[in-house]
Design a protein around this ligand. Sequence first.
Ligand code: HEC
Ligand code: HEC
Length: 256
Amino acid sequence: MKALPLFASLGLSGALLLCACQMPGKPRPEPEVPRPEAILSFDRLYAENCSACHGAQGENGSAAQLANPEYQALVDDATLRDRIDKGFKGTLMPAFGMASGGELTEQQIDVLVKGMRQRWRKPNAFGSDTPPPYIGTHPGDASKGEQVYATACASCHGPDAQHPGKNGPILDGSFLALINEQTIRTTLIAGRTDIGQPDWRNDVPGHPLSDDDISNVSAWLIAQRPRLPGQPYPNLFPTSQLPAEKQPSSVTPAQR
Ligand code: HEC
Ligand code: HEC
């Protein structure tokens, strides 16, 4: 009968101990779900914000192939930041920066830029060739673009909107309504290895497209947007015609 008080007191202190550790409903000092701005993992930020449009691994999405070493060599950090922060007017690329109504902090945008560089940039992506600059040196002249299209594009994309060719109906009005001149320029210079679009050297092998060819054909394509009554698709944001201070920082594409 001597053991009883001992058990009783053990039981009591055990219960006290339990109470002290785990009061039901007592909040823990740290929230179990991190605050959105505390997420600083590239993989998570990319998967949650970008992969739906740009593809899980930066390619095979509906939007630009970010995991393209030629693309990564063509743009500088400031351009990447600017696109993510402010979005890309005239396309479906949303603005993610808080100042533009998005939900990513500057620090998170930096994580995305650094992460893309680490994963998808390769040294010497252009070999010994120097690509045309990311931003065209002159505004495109649409009247000269049709000829470029006939020489360099029609073989794959067909001669006109009624005959779309085997490789993507790029003269289709609803496609043209979703892109801007810079998107076409980017696609033409860096190519898209994921979907089979050649880079600027290989539309017509042996005859690389010049800076002007690219500006002119981009302007011409945008000028083909249909203007249906009540549904005009004006070229609201011809990036090549923005004043210098409004343009994303230009690049020295050199061999990186
Ligand atoms: C709703 C779809 C969508 C989402 C989500 C999206 N993008 Fe985009 N993005 C686009 C489209 C559309 C374009 C422009 C057309 C193109 O290049 O295919 C674009 C363009 C870009 C460009 C510029 C390409 C160029 O021409 O220089 C970058 C860089 C970019 N996106 C990065 C990102 C990153 C990083 C994220 C995630 C934080 C993201 N995007 C999320 C649709 C999206
Ligand atoms: C050797 C064939 C070939 C040539 C030449 C070619 N393209 Fe393409 N292009 C493709 C293929 C393949 C695709 C992918 C089509 C698809 O996904 O449906 C494509 C897609 C595109 C896209 C859509 C890109 C996107 O992000 O969805 C554009 C814009 C484009 N080409 C423009 C041009 C222009 C302008 C020219 C001429 C300067 C040109 N292409 C020359 C094969 C070619």
